[in-house]
Each structure stands twice: as structure tokens, then as C-alpha cells.
Design a protein around this ligand. Structure first.
Ligand SMILES: [Zn+2]
Length: 398
């Protein structure tokens, strides 16, 4: 983190999530004196990382000077890709951080070659739509569901093929620099800089994987080896199904989106009168199936209710353990299993009551996360352009 402090990065974060801001607004967001914010912003302007826009309104300030606003800039356009186990979004981010092209897709690929091909195709389709060429970009910021540990080791239970080698393949497939970002930390950081900032936030994610990353004072907590937040690899049933991490009975192997779909396919025999078609479930990416699963649960479908009964219990009990340990003042619920499914959040809150210590003294609300994919892509492009910020979000120890 040579030369750039956490405060620099926080100011950057505020500028990115707000689009552009005045110095008093930056100071208010970060609860710091205006003079401190001014000093840091002026230095960042001199370094060319922030652009000053002179006048934004017809009026002038009380002192008769035009009001100045500031926004971060990239040195060159950057492409960003948000990659999960079954969906990806590629965004083209211009120098002024506007998104000039985007291409989304959902998939069921499990192998490196197939997924890299989809990334390249989506990049090229976004370029064609925007009338741009690959060579105009400084590179690709790849935000994925990974762990990046000390000594550059990369792993993921959701994307088992990913690793240093995969990034090298991606570089040669695209003919440009590719940098890997830890998706959970990126989103947690993006959420954490939105005011009002919680003192300690936990982001509970249930999608292709299960995790609970924490932010303390707006900063993602990576742990000593970059592996903090892996709640999904808590063993719930030692004789349970095999997990992507190689062990048996992890929460992720029982309660992630793909795990729930697998359980439903096994359970959904004609004898239990399920509303969900097994062939449809087997052919649909889990990230696309959950609105139908939720509808079937609301309608009281026997197979879905019985599968979700155990899933909700397992999730609630494991999350309660994390809350007992971390004592956050905000818990965000994210991931396609939980998002837009308010009654499952209510169920989790009710079930957690049995297991959380000193319940009445805590804020137990599960707040649905509102992730704006475009903002995530813009933050990823920004972190790509400024490696000093980038290192703070990759989960590596400084
Ligand atoms: Zn595991």
C-alpha cells in the first residue's frame, strides 16, 4: 500500500459510489474535517487520480468562488467481469468511469476452457455493441468467487478450475493484462462505503457458494491467510455430501443454490407431488431456478418445503454462530438464494432466535443487499487501474 492510505481509498470509494462529489460532501460521508478531506483530495488531483470539474451550478459559493466537484478517472478504459459459478457480467468502463458497454450471461459450464471462452465472447460482444476494440483497454479486472491467499495461491470451491494458471490462460486468450479480484471483498467494500457506514458489517451470501465476510470500520477483513469469511465450509454433517473443498458435509454442500437444486432433484419424485419439473431443474442454472423454487415453497409444495426446512435450519444455526463470534451492527443478506425472497429472510431471523446469545441486545435484522452490478463493475475497473487500492481488496496481507 505504498503511498496511499486507507483514507485515500475511502475517498476514492465515496467518489465512485456517488459518481462525483464536492469536498464538503466527501468530508460528511467519511466523518472527517473538511480541511483534512480537502488536503487529501488536492494531493489526489496532483497525482492525476481525481479530476476537478470547475463549475457545476450557475450560482457561486458564498465566498464568490465557483463550486468544485471531483470524480475519479482511469488512465485508460478497463473491462471488468463479475464471475460467479453460473453467471457472468462483462462491463466496459471508460476513463470517466461510465459504463459504455455490458454483456451478461448465465451458464452451466464447469471447466476452465468453457468459462474462459464465455468471458472472451462476452467481452467481444460488449465491444461490438460499444463500437470499441480490445486493444483500447488497459486490461480486464476479473472479480470472482475466489480465495487469494498469501504466496499468490488462488482457490475456489465454487469455481474449482480457477487458479494462477487460469489467469494466465485468460491473459493469453484476451491478449491483455488480467487481474483477479475477490468478489466478496469487492462487494463488501462497495456496500461498506455507502453511508451510513456500519461499525461492523457481516455480508451473508447464499448463492453458488455460502460465505459470511466481515467489514470492520469499512475495511474488508481478510484474515492472516486471506481465508476469513468462509462460513460455508463449516462442517454441518460429517457424513454429508462431498463439498467443492474436498471434505464432507460443509454448509455449502448442503445449503448453497446448487446443493438445494441437487436435493430437490433427488426428492422431487411424482410420489411427493412436486410442482417443479426434475428435468427443468437439472437443465436450469441454479441462479435462474430460485424464483420458481421460492414460488413452490410459498405454495406449500411438499418436496420444496421439506428440503428448505433443513436448509433454513442449517443456514440459521451456522449464521447464529458467526453472529455470536463477530457481534456485527449490520447483517446484509445477499446471493440469489436469499435475494428477493423476503419470507426466507424472516424464517432465518426467527430460527436464529434459538441460537443467538443475548438476543434482545442485538440488531438481528437481515437487511437485503441491493447490489448494483454496474457499480461493482466500475469499482472493479477502478481497483484494476490503481494497484495500491487493488492490493487492499484482494485479501492478501499487506
Ligand atoms: Zn467445504
Amino acid at each position: 500500500m505504498s503511498g496511499h492510505s486507507l483514507i485515500d481509498n475511502a475517498i476514492f470509494g465515496v467518489l465512485v459510489t456517488s459518481g462525483d462529489l464536492s469536498i464538503p460532501a466527501v468530508a460528511r460521508s467519511l466523518e472527517m474535517p473538511t480541511s483534512t478531506a480537502n488536503g487529501i483530495v488536492q494531493r489526489l488531483v496532483e497525482e492525476g487520480r481525481i479530476e476537478r470539474e470547475s463549475v457545476v451550478s450557475a450560482g457561486a459559493t458564498r465566498r464568490g468562488r465557483p463550486a468544485a466537484r471531483y470524480r475519479p478517472r482511469l488512465l485508460k478504459p478497463v473491462a471488468a467481469c463479475a464471475l460467479d459459478g453460473s453467471s457472468l457480467s462483462v462491463g466496459l468502463v471508460d476513463r470517466d468511469l461510465s459504463l459504455v458497454g455490458r454483456h451478461d450471461r448465465r451458464f452451466r459450464a464447469r471447466e476452465m476452457g468453457q468459462v474462459l471462452e464465455l468471458i472472451v465472447e462476452s467481452f467481444d460482444e460488449a465491444c461490438a455493441e460499444a463500437g470499441m476494440k480490445r486493444k483500447q483497454f488497459a486490461g480486464l479486472a476479473l472479480s470472482a468467487n475466489v480465495l487469494t491467499m498469501a504466496q499468490g495461491v488462488v482457490s475456489s470451491s465454487v469455481l474449482p478450475w480457477i487458479g494462477v494458471e487460469a489467469i494466465q490462460h485468460c491473459r493469453s486468450a484476451l491478449g491483455m493484462e488480467v487481474r483477479l479480484l475477490q468478489h466478496a471483498h469487492l462487494i463488501a467494500a462497495y456496500q461498506g462505503i455507502e453511508p451510513p457506514r456500519p461499525r461492523m458489517m457481516v455480508r451473508f451470501n447464499v448463492g453458488d457458494g455460502v460465505s459470511a465476510h466481515q467489514l470492520t470500520g469499512g475495511r474488508p477483513h481478510a484474515g492472516a491467510s486471506g481465508m476469513a469469511g468462509e462460513l460455508g465450509h463449516t462442517i454441518v454433517d460429517p457424513d454429508g455430501p462431498l463439498c467443492g473443498c474436498g471434505r464432507r458435509g460443509c454448509l455449502e454442500a448442503l445449503a448453497s443454490g446448487p446443493a438445494i437444486c441437487r436435493a430437490l432433484i433427488e426428492r422431487a419424485t411424482p410420489a411427493v407431488m412436486t410442482r417443479l419439473d426434475r428435468a427443468w431443474l437439472a437443465a436450469t442454472p441454479p441462479s435462474q431456478a430460485f424464483d420458481a423454487v421460492y414460488e413452490a415453497w410459498l405454495a406449500g409444495d411438499g418436496a420444496v418445503v421439506s428440503v428448505m426446512e433443513k436448509v433454513l435450519d442449517d443456514l440459521a444455526r451456522t449464521l447464529a454462530t458467526a453472529l455470536n463470534m463477530l457481534d456485527p451492527d449490520q447483517v446484509l443478506a445477499s446471493g440469489y438464494v436469499l435475494q428477493n425472497h423476503p419470507q426466507w429472510l424472516d424464517q432465518l431471523e426467527q430460527r436464529m432466535r434459538r441460537w443467538v446469545f443475548q438476543l434482545d441486545r442485538r440488531n438481528l435484522r437481515l437487511v437485503p443487499e441491493h447490489t448494483d452490478v454496474e457499480q461493482v463493475l466500475r469499482v472493479a475497473a477502478l481497483l484494476f487501474s490503481y494497484p495500491a487500492c487493488f492490493d487492499a481488496f484482494t485479501g492478501r496481507c499487506p
